[in-house]
Design a protein around this ligand. Structure first.
Ligand SMILES: NC(=O)c1ccc[n+]([C@@H]2O[C@H](COP(=O)([O-])OP(=O)(O)OC[C@H]3O[C@@H](n4cnc5c(N)ncnc54)[C@H](O)[C@@H]3O)[C@@H](O)[C@H]2O)c1
Length: 365
């Protein structure tokens, strides 16, 4: 009879978190709840947040200078949850210092920056991961089990989208500046839907994109929300899109429609993935007032049937961070060098290039 190794047998990992906005706070909570990890250092610009989370979780190292943290805190792992344009320099520096890295999504402001991060991970022989917390949802996990059972047959089409009623994060912060965010709704929330849908479909390659972008709310100062703690620059121009739509070609002949919007004239926020297979279809849909719901259309004993598989617990950031920790412990750095999120970044690049050119654009291999 084999017995699981006691948790105490795991080598303890020393963890740090850079950035203490909403995203960074999720990583702090995940490490603090993991008995095999010591959360030893935090870095952020806000002294009061260093104090608050440092005290709450008894974190000894508190730094406004993230490079000093990397130099002094003897970290095994670090979460980077800062404005997107900072992911690349912070990750490359940490990897170069021998630290395994998980960044928030999106991985970087564009595919080139993401590619440089992958190179740095390979050179350092360290894990590079990206936190795609939404694929850890209970409904996504349930639908993945359904898809993997083969009951839907060959998947050849999918539609996915995240449309907010009023959800432009931080109008006038880094979120709405092109250089610091890399893009708007597609980069911020479309990336979650793209990741989730390709994951559900079994990771087909996206070969080409035909996309359009629009900015009808942000430039007028409409559609803003309270997300993000970073400083608002009064009068800063709105430089990104608040709506993006994309038609994506998949290898094997399949197609995927993706829509992402920070603000729309709709009654409630809407988030969905719909899969079309040769033997069945399925959808997950959430957002007020319906709440999370999963539906599968197929046949049972030759009779058309509508099924509602039970949905388990959401994993959220805790599951994404636990997965990162497991990857680090596995020692398998070649499998976990950031290549998958890099591919996601190249798809987004192709979407923006297509929107700019007004034609279909191939996704860079
Ligand atoms: N996975 C998700 O669901 C999710 C949700 C929100 C944000 N995000 C992502 O997380 C990242 C951060 O977003 P946010 O909403 O938390 O941002 P935010 O603006 O609210 O917070 C940014 C944090 O980064 C810190 N920071 C900035 N520059 C720094 C520096 N030089 N040194 C140390 N700290 C620095 C700030 O002090 C602040 O604590 C972004 O990439 C965003 O796309 C992901």
């Amino acid at each position: 009879m084999t017995s699981a190794a006691p948790q105490d047998a795991q080598p303890r990992l020393r963890a740090g978190v850079i950035g203490l906005g909403w995203a960074g706070q999720q990583h702090v909570a995940a490490y603090a709840a993991d008995p095999t990890v010591d959360l030893v250092a935090l870095s952020a610009m806000e002294e009061h947040l260093l104090e608050q989370f440092g005290e709450q979780h008894q974190v000894p190292g508190r730094y406004q200078d993230w490079k000093q943290m990397i130099a002094e805190a003897e970290l095994d792992i670090v979460s980077i949850a800062t404005p997107t344009f900072l992911h690349e320099p912070m990750a490359i520096h940490a990897l170069g210092a021998g630290v395994n890295v998980i960044t928030e999504k999106p991985m970087a402001q564009d595919g080139e920056a993401a590619g440089r991060m992958v190179e740095a991970a390979r050179k350092a022989g360290r894990v590079l991961d990206v936190s795609f917390n939404h694929r850890r949802r209970g409904d996504v996990a349930a639908l993945k089990t359904v898809v993997d059972s083969g009951v839907l047959g060959k998947l050849y089409y999918a539609k996915t989208g995240w449309i907010r009623r009023q959800g432009i994060p931080g109008l006038g912060t880094w979120f709405t500046k092109a250089q610091s965010s890399g893009g708007g709704a597609m980069m911020d929330i479309g990336i979650h839907m793209l990741d989730m849908t390709l994951h559900l479909m079994g990771e087909p390659e996206v070969t080409a994109a035909s996309a359009s972008t629009h900015a009808e709310f942000g430039p007028l100062g409409r559609g803003g929300s309270g997300f993000g703690i970073s400083q608002v620059e009064e009068g800063a121009p709105f430089e990104v899109e608040d709506l993006a739509t994309a038609f994506l070609r998949l290898d094997g002949g399949g197609t995927l429609l993706l829509e992402s919007s920070w603000a729309q004239w709709i009654p409630n926020d809407l988030c969905y993935v719909t899969l079309y297979g040769a033997d069945g279809g399925a959808t997950i849909e959430w957002g007020a007032p319906t709440g999370p719901k999963i539906t599968v259309w197929t046949e049972v004993a030759g009779i058309p049937a509508e099924l509602h598989p039970a949905v388990g617990e959401d994993g959220h950031h805790a599951a994404a961070v636990a997965d990162f920790v497991a990857k680090v412990r596995s020692g398998d750095v070649t499998e976990h060098d950031g290549s998958l999120p890099h591919r996601r970044a190249r798809v987004i690049d192709a979407c923006y290039a297509s929107a700019k050119a007004g034609t279909e654009v191939a996704v860079q291999a």
